[in-house]
Structures are given as C-alpha cells and as structure tokens.
Design a protein. Structure first.
Length: 426
C-alpha cells in the first residue's frame, strides 16, 4: 500500500510539473506571437505612412512654383515713358540682385511687364488680364490707378503701387499699398519749412498742371500747409503741356504774390522759372517745386536761373547709404543724361525686396489652391512691416502707409543740396 500511495503521489507531482511547464510554454509562445504581430503591425503602418506622404501633396512651406511671376503695370510708352523706363530699370536691378543671391525661397523672381502707355483705359484692360495673380506691381500714375484699381478691389486682389500719388492710392485700401507717406505727411513739414526760411513771404501763387489729378491734390495740400503758418495762397494759375508760359507767368505776377509753387512737369517748370527770372523775379528761394520737376529738362532749360529754387521730396537722392550709392552708380552708367533718378526708383527697387521678405517669412508656396490665403498673408505683411531696410533708409508701414522721413532741397550751382530732413509724422 505504501508503494502505491507514493506512486500516485509522484504521479500527481509529475502531472503538476507537466501542466505547469506546459502553461509556461504556452504563455511564452503567446508572448512571442504577440510581439511578432506587434512588430509586423508597426512595420506595415510605417510603410503605409511612407507611401501616403510620397503620393500626397506637399504640406510644408516648400514652394510649388518653379519661379515667382509678378505682373508689372507700367507706362513704357506715351508722355511719361521717360519716368517709366527708369522705374522698370530699378525693378530689374533688384530682380538681378535677388536672383543672383539665390532667388526667393530658392526660386527666381520674374517681372512680366504690361505697358499702360499712361492711358487709364489701357491700364484697366491690362489689369483685367492679371487681376487674379498672387500680387501685382503698379499701376504708376494716378489716372491709371483710378482706371484699373476698381478691378483689383472687386476681386479682392493686391496691387503694390510705385508712384500714383498716395492720396489716390488711399481710395483703394486695403487692396493696394504705396511706399511713400500721405501727401499731408510729405507736404506739411516741407512747405512750412520753406515758409520759415522765407519769413517775409505772406502770399503765394501756385502754378498747377490740372490734367493730372495727383498734381491737383498736391496743390490743395500745399495751400493747406501754407495757410496753417499764415501764408495765404492766391488763385491758382492752371496750365497744361505746351502752354504759352509767358501768358501764365504774366497772370501769376499780376497777383503780386511773394512766392510761387511749381506743381507740373519738368519742361514747363524750367520754362516758367526762366520766364519769372526774365520778368524780374531774381530771388529763387521764394519758388518751390514738387518732386516731378526734379528731372533733366528743369536743369537744361532753367540753367543759371535756378539758384535758390527749393524742391521737396520723400526720397533723398543724395543719400549716403552704401546700397543706394551702389545703385546710383549703376543708374548713372545706364542713364548718363540724368543727374538725378526719378523719385519712383527707390520705390520700385524696394518693392522687389519687400516681396522677397513677405514670401520667405510667411512660408508662401505659390500653390494656386492657396491663392487667396497666401495673397492675404503677403498683403498683411507688406502693409504693416516694421523696420524695413529700404535702399535709402529704414521705414515702417502702417496700414499700407509708409512712415518715412521727408526732405527739403535747394539748388545751388545747378545742383541739389539737402537743407532739411524732417522725421516721419506720427
């Protein structure tokens, strides 16, 4: 009986051992299988993700365009072609520099020019071809802007003006912007500074080229600025291209004013200054001209009659900024007949660099599917960029208005000298 009991007892122990070993084996096998399945799942999931990202559109800020095409509406023919050719040159120079340095986000920028010929109808026609683009440069003149910009507003596009008169530009905000201050901010300090330099001046007559609405706006702001410091403006003397300057000068002098403003084109300005000198107005410090007259015809026609004449501007062509000096040197080589560049040159040049910053700092891709979103990002950035390193000076943009210094010049020996710099108005 004892042996039988021990056998049964031993058998029980063996069975327990076998069962226990079997269970461990089964659990180990299950764990191994589980880990194997998990490894297979991870590998398959990773493979699926790789395939998905390989065939899906790019989700990063990597540009999807081969080049950044920007339409540029500019008058390259017509009465203002001399200005338009200079502006095109400046923009092209900036493009050359940007592309030589690697482009914008690694892609070249290409400007596609559309000649507006200073014709509002033609400007509108050209704008209709490009209004849906990511952004647009131009138009340049006030008339063209009034003709073409309603299309941009309707499409909620974005056009970056070069020089259309800031007050005209304001009519179409926020779908446009301008790299110069408001007329009020440019004209007020300059005209009042000019008046203070002529303390005996009590009355002024304005010569105004009335065919351009920008010139008319300038005259209104000049009158307001002068009247604020006690200088009365007498009735304007209106003129147009090819006018008999002797007759308009006689009309102006009949009002027996103490000073004169020249708001016109350079050819007529040169003729009027010469005619004023001929009729006894020898103190040219009591004459001030707005930026457009500061071009070769003024100096060629006015010659020795210009000493003392004042000029106001929002650009400083005498700037010592190294980048400007380098650009000015190139300009003189390209246009040896021009001593001073057109005022639109710094703006056209700076626009290219501002767009470069806007694209690179906002991760713009150029994807047509994101056109509205990316256009808005560019617009918001450019309209409010701070401390932008312009070719002549740093400046801020506030709601599409440039906050820049403005400058008062005086001609001496047929050359300009800077007499006053006024800080941006706040």
């Amino acid at each position: 009986m004892r042996k039988e009991v021990r056998y049964r007892h031993s058998s029980d122990l063996v069975n327990k051992f076998v069962n226990k070993t079997h269970n461990k084996f089964q659990r180990g096998r299950y764990d191994m299988m589980k880990k194997k399945v998990e490894r297979i799942f991870v590998c398959c999931f990773t493979l699926l993700l790789s395939v998905f990202f390989a065939i899906s559109p790019a989700t990063s800020a990597e540009p999807v365009v081969k080049e950044w095409k920007v339409p540029f509406l500019a008058f390259l023919t017509g009465p203002y072609a001399g200005f338009g050719v200079q502006i095109k040159w400046a923009a092209d120079e900036a493009v050359k520099e940007v592309n030589a340095a690697g482009g914008i986000a690694g892609r070249p920028i290409v400007l596609e020019y559309h000649d507006t010929a200073s014709d509002p109808a033609k400007a509108a026609a050209e704008m209709s071809k490009v209004v849906g683009e990511l952004l647009i440069f131009g138009p340049i003149s006030a008339q063209e802007t009034k003709g073409a910009m309603p299309l941009v507003v309707r499409e909620k596009g974005f056009a970056m003006a070069v020089w259309c008169g800031p007050d005209v530009n304001l009519l179409f905000h926020p779908y446009t912007m301008h790299l110069s201050p408001r007329f009020e901010d440019i004209i007020t300090p300059n005209l009042q500074g000019w008046a203070k330099r002529n303390p005996g001046m009590k009355t002024v007559v304005q010569f105004v080229f009335t065919l351009d609405p920008t010139f008319v706006d300038v005259a209104k702001h000049q009158a307001k600025a002068l009247e604020a410091v006690g200088v009365k403006t007498l009735p304007d003397v209106e003129l147009s291209e090819g006018v008999d300057v002797a007759s308009v000068v006689i009309r102006a002098m009949a009002q027996k004013s103490d000073g004169f403003t020249l708001t016109m084109l350079p050819v007529e300005a040169g003729k009027i200054v010469k005619e004023l000198d001929k009729r006894g107005v020898k103190d040219k410090s009591r004459i001030i001209g707005f930026p457009v007259i500061d071009n070769p015809p003024l100096y060629e026609i006015g010659k020795d009659c210009l000493d003392g004449l004042h000029l106001w501007n929002f650009t400083n062509m005498l700037s010592k900024e190294p980048r400007w000096q380098a650009l000015y040197k190139k300009f003189r080589k390209a246009f040896p007949e021009f001593t001073y560049p057109d005022m639109g040159i710094p703006n056209a040049y700076d626009l290219v660099y501002m767009v470069k910053d806007a694209i690179e700092k906002n991760g713009i891709t150029g994807d047509p599917a994101k056109r509205v979103e990316e256009r808005n990002k560019i617009r918001d950035y450019c309209r409010n960029v701070k401390g932008f390193p312009g070719v002549q000076y740093r400046f801020d943009m506030v709601d599409g208005i440039a906050m820049t210094p403005v400058f008062l010049f005086k001609i001496k020996g047929n050359e300009k000298t800077l007499v006053e710099t006024y800080p941006p108005l706040k």
